[in-house]
Design a protein around this ligand. Structure first.
Ligand SMILES: [Zn+2]
Length: 371
């Protein structure tokens, strides 16, 4: 521990960012899927700030009241309040909590980092929603938490008596809205249906880029034959064209590259090592014209990397940008890397390559929505 940590401090010298902590995370037997996601989230500044604030507001939690949110906020606070600038921390309580909560992560087998991210964000949302609802019914006042505005799914019921969804800070950071537009080819009527997301999963192709993956994601699909669309205006099944666009881009855009694909002929999952270029600065091309900031611009700040040739084994590490430095986190180890190294994680143009380290989850921060 000591040697590599002090090396990092030496390399950074006077440039070590004020108040920042670079800590490796101990591995408890194949918990790299968890460590790599935790590092990416720790360096997601708005997310970290909310967790530190949450911990500050809370009274010490009895073990019986412990949940994933309290464990995560305690872990982040523990890292943030270290006297030393670098070192290693054991996220033991958090990992125990994850294992208690979800049997999927209980085994010591290799796990999927994207599944873990998804599970974690959704758990945090559930806990925060329950807390907001409890606080609301306890106080009995009219100061209700913020409501979703302009969500297509709830619009029709806006004046009803149902409970409107609570918008938590997890939503405010990660949630975006997609709109699914279907155009009837007989009457040209466009039906739009909105859905929200906390991250986007993208199909990938060999020798492509994030921009082309996003374009494919939003490409027009024709519904015909068995798959016709029921048009309300025509009152019948009609051929239609469908496309998905981003209506409101999130503050933090988490993109999951679908590198693990089920191959029917093989009867199993296979890892796609395809080269998919992810830029440091990304311009979203598939927003609706009326989306706030339709030219949404983003900057890359973290990459969760899958290392290995297959889906059932391997390792996860992460690349993180902090105060204009790029850092490489591999469980206990933290190193500073040159920005140019990031492109070695794009993937490979050949199926069999010695380089098996591939970008798997990308985290982009919006440049326009810095609130
Ligand atoms: Zn129609």
């Amino acid at each position: 521990m000591g040697a590599s940590s002090s090396k990092l401090e030496k390399v950074l010298g006077d440039q070590f960012p004020e108040g920042e902590r670079y800590f490796g995370l101990e591995n408890f037997g194949n918990t790299c899927y968890c460590n790599s996601v935790l590092q990416a989230l720790y360096f997601c500044v708005p997310f970290r700030e909310q967790l530190l604030e949450y911990c500050g507001q809370k009274k010490p939690v009895a073990e019986s009241e412990e949940n994933l949110l309290t464990c995560l906020s305690e872990l982040f606070t523990q890292i943030n309040s270290q006297k030393k600038k670098t070192g290693v921390i054991a996220p033991k309580r958090f990992v125990q909590r994850v294992r208690k909560q979800n049997e999927l992560f209980r085994s010591y087998m290799h796990q999927d980092a994207h599944e873990f991210l998804n599970f974690l964000l959704n758990e945090l949302v559930d806990i925060l929603v329950k807390e907001a609802q409890a606080a609301n019914s306890n106080s009995g006042s009219h100061t209700s938490p913020e409501k979703v505005v302009g969500n297509g799914a709830t619009n029709g019921l806006a004046n009803g008596n149902h409970k409107e969804p609570v918008v938590t800070w997890v939503h405010k950071i990660f949630q975006g809205t997609l709109t699914n537009e279907t155009r009837c080819l007989r009457c040209e009527t466009i039906t739009a249906r909105d859905e929200t997301f906390l991250d986007l999963s993208l199909d990938i192709e060999q020798n492509s880029s994030i921009t082309s993956c996003l374009r494919n994601f939003s490409s027009t699909e024709t519904l015909n034959a068995e798959d016709k669309f029921f048009c309300d205006k025509c009152c019948s099944l009609q051929e239609a064209q469908k496309r998905m666009k981003i209506k409101s881009p999130p503050r933090i855009l988490a993109l999951h590259l679908k590198r693990f694909k089920y191959i029917e002929q093989l009867g199993r999952y296979k890892k796609l090592s395809y080269r998919v270029v992810f830029p440091l600065e990304l311009k979203l091309c598939n927003t609706t014209d009326d989306a706030p900031g339709s030219e949404a611009e983003y900057s890359l700040f973290a990459v969760v990397v899958h290392v290995g040739s297959g889906p059932n084994h391997g390792h996860y590490v992460s690349l993180v940008k902090s105060h204009n430095h790029w850092l490489f986190f591999d469980d206990e180890n933290v190193e500073i890397i040159d920005e140019s190294i990031v492109q070695t994680f794009f993937g490979s143009t050949q199926e069999y390559s010695n380089n098996t380290d591939h970008g798997y989850i990308l985290f982009y921060e919006s440049l326009d929505q810095k609130k």
